[in-house]
Design a protein around this ligand. Structure first.
Ligand code: FES
Length: 723
């Protein structure tokens, strides 16, 4: 593990390094870097050991949700993934139950401030930012609260170009750049105030929202609340599922794409949805080997273009397979997988193990909707947008934020404009799941098998699944690529011959396609050995004229080895390199990509590794296994609260965020109807907080907080502020 020193998409800008101590060892960090990221970059991924069984603890979510990364920083327990390192800081692992330092002074207390605002938005990701723009552009005073040190939410992790509608949600632009654009727009709105490094803790029955701003506790009293808190990753039960090195795909993207830490050498991915597929692609871009990906269903659930892209890069994809165990002692050393039958049961004798140091769990997302539910319970006017409302792509979140922004403006009486029907239609389209897959070989004039005509140049469209995406249609200067205007989920068509116009070989469609699913075949100078232009999102230094490269068809089958004749890396193509190869005429139209990963990377170990049994943890915080909970269910328990009382499952620091859905799944596996189960009673606070915060205590003697604002609020001029 180390830092990434070159990335094809993300610009690396680090400030002056400084040192802090971990267990007495000097660790290098950069300004703004979280403790967890600096430790990872130094090769440390065990941050402590659990008091119950001494199991090693590291990160899981890297997003403040799971509390696995607890360390003591200058004597105070903090989440390493959410706490920036500071020069000279003394960080200690949490081994067992350490003693906290004695308190040597009476803490200074003060009244907790209450602030009234027309609109409070929780979450500065795609949905929250879009809503803030909609509200702010109407002059509506809005407070946006986010727990990170910059706006953008998950957009700051997305290095790939976005799907969706080019007009509605910036499709064809990279997620990180969309995040920057939306944040700038918010920045320019006088009526929108932003609190960064600020965590919403709870919604109370008096309709106030508790927010920890830095370490200063504030009560916010909104007329309307928008919950745009995104999603948290689902967990999975298997032997070794809490070993350091097993973590959520979002955590991996945070370490790699935000913090530029090379968080793994050899990665295995569990889950073939868009999150897992994209994480695999991001890993390859960061120079990390992707040993394989398992998906229990017969087909990957994510976009086919994402799946195909990964396969073309050389990543083995095992559908109808599941993970049996992550194996190792102080961290992941290998993973064992097996084929599953129609009932998703592993088939004995099909077990195989692969050497890897990291296992990514990407098995779906749950909405972070507890604030929404609490606000509804207490009859505070509340709206939800993005993943907090419904799990979908980030492009859908952008649009749902826009819609809810307008709904709130209407609710406040600031406009009588209602949400246009076409906004609702666009929103539904953007949220839709992948549709039909067509066979391009039989569509007239688009067969990748068919050779183009001598003396012509034309694009070959390798995208064959109905998904909401249209950037290719808007960039063609000849207007030769078309998608049904009423429904951008339809697959694109090349209309060249039908319109009697010719492709001019401008390459814009090749560059803009988010799925890297368009190539250009140029038979103008040599019809028998045409030039094929292939998009390539890696550092241009990784490939050179004269190299012999393996080329593959759309789904990843090897076609042959061909020479590179040009590598075109120009600014106008926004970090998409165009690689031109000269290929035999018979395969030119079928070429869709270049393999970047050698096939030996995905080879299994000679023998399957036996898992260490009874390490399939359901409650990470309290180390409760699936076996313990199953036993209670079989003994007749139907109340999750009773299970919590008897095992402590759900009683830990994370507040049941990771185990609650797993416990419900165990009931289902045991054949217990859901209506017989009494669910866990949620805790009033959704995030851990020092009790002292509620007494207005702050961390230093002067009574000033340690909050370092990205944009310090100037307060609300026309709002009531009271103590
Ligand atoms: S890894 Fe830090 S809270 Fe989950």
């Amino acid at each position: 593990m180390s830092r990434i020193e070159g990335h094809p998409i993300v610009r690396i800008e680090r400030g002056e390094p400084f040192a802090f101590a971990f267990s007495g060892r000097s660790i290098k960090a950069y300004p703004g870097e979280m403790i967890a990221s600096a430790l990872f970059a130094a090769g440390i991924r065990v941050f402590g050991h659990h008091p119950r069984d001494g199991a090693p603890q590291g990160i899981y979510c890297a997003n403040g949700q799971c509390a696995q990364c607890l360390v003591l920083a200058d004597g105070v327990p903090v989440k390493a993934c959410m706490t920036p390192a500071r020069p000279g800081m003394r960080v200690e692992p949490v081994d067992g139950l350490p003693e906290l330092p004695p308190i040597d002074r009476v803490p200074e207390m003060r009244e907790v401030e209450t602030i009234a605002v027309p609109v409070l938005i929780l979450g500065g990701g795609p949905a929250g930012l879009s809503a803030a723009i909609e509200l702010g552009s109407r002059g509506i005073e809005t407070l946006l609260v986010d727990d990170k040190d910059r706006l953008g939410g998950k957009l700051v992790l997305q290095t790939h170009r976005f799907f969706g509608s080019i007009h509605a949600v910036y499709a064809g632009t990279r997620g990180i750049d969309i995040g920057t654009r939306l944040a700038r727009e918010v920045d320019g709105l006088d009526s929108v105030d932003v609190w960064l490094n600020s965590t919403a803790l709870a919604v109370f029955s008096d309709k106030k929202v508790g927010v920890l701003r830095g370490d200063r506790y504030v009560l916010v009293e909104p007329e309307a609340l928008l919950v745009a808190t995104g999603a948290r990753e689902k967990s999975l039960v298997f032997d070794g599922n809490t070993l350091p090195g097993v973590y959520g795909a979002g955590a991996f993207q945070t370490l790699v794409n935000r913090d530029l830490v090379r968080a793994a050498d050899r990665l295995f991915i569990v889950g073939g949805g868009n999150v897992g597929l994209i994480a695999g692609y991001h890993a390859l871009q960061a120079g990390i080997d992707v040993v394989g990906l398992v998906e229990a269903l017969p087909e990957c659930g994510g976009y086919k273009v994402h799946r195909d892209k990964l396969a073309r890069m050389g990543v083995p994809i095992y559908t109808s397979h599941t993970i049996l165990s992550a194996n190792g002692t102080d961290g992941v050393e290998s993973v064992t997988i097996a084929r599953v039958d129609e009932g998703f049961r592993p088939i004995a004798g099909t077990e195989r193990s692969y050497g890897c140091d990291t296992v990514l769990i990407a098995v779906g997302l749950d909405p972070v909707d507890e604030f929404y539910e609490a606000a509804r319970r207490f009859e505070l006017p509340v709206f939800a947008a993005g993943d907090a409302e419904e799990i979908a792509e980030a492009s859908a979140a952008i649009f749902s934020g826009k819609i809810q922004g307008l709904e709130i403006a209407r609710h406040l009486g600031a406009t009588d404009e209602s949400v246009p029907d076409d906004w609702r239609t666009t929103s539904e389209i953007l949220k839709s799941k992948p549709g039909r897959t067509i066979d391009r070989a039989i569509r007239q004039g688009e067969s990748p098998e068919a050779n183009g005509s001598a003396g012509t140049v034309r694009p070959v469209l390798h995208c064959s699944q109905e998904i909401p995406c249209n950037p290719c249609t808007s960039v063609c200067p000849q207007g030769l690529i078309r998608i049904d205007e009423d429904d951008i989920r339809k697959t694109p068509e090349f209309l060249g011959e039908r319109l009697g116009k010719e492709c001019i070989g401008c390459e814009r469609c090749v560059t803009v396609c988010p799925g890297l699913a368009i190539t250009l075949v140029d038979r103008r100078d040599d019809p028998e050995r045409p030039i094929v232009t292939i998009p390539f999102e890696y550092a241009p230094e990784r490939i050179a004229v004269g190299d012999q490269v393996d080329v593959l068809d759309a789904v990843g089958d090897l076609l042959g080895s061909v020479p590179v004749v040009e590598v075109k890396a120009i600014e106008a193509n926004d970090r998409t390199v165009l690689v031109k190869v000269r290929a035999p005429g018979g395969i030119a139209e079928r070429i869709a990509g270049i393999r970047v990963q050698e096939s030996w990377v995905g080879e299994p170990l000679p023998e399957a590794v036996e898992p260490i049994r009874d390490t399939d943890i359901v409650c990470r915080c309290e180390r409760v296994t699936a076996g313990e909970i199953r036993e209670l269910i079989r003994s007749g328990l139907r109340d999750v609260n009773e299970i919590k009382t008897m095992t402590r499952a759900g009683m830990g620091a994370c507040g049941g965020k990771t185990c609650s859905t797993l416990i419900l799944r165990l009931f289902r596996e045991e054949g217990v109807p859901f209506d017989e189960v009494t669910e866990n009673v949620p805790r009033p606070l959704f995030v851990e907080v020092p009790f002292a915060s509620f007494a207005g205590c702050v961390s230093n003697a002067e009574g000033t907080d340690s909050f370092e604002p990205g944009r310090e609020s100037s307060g609300f001029s026309r709002l009531e502020g009271r103590s």
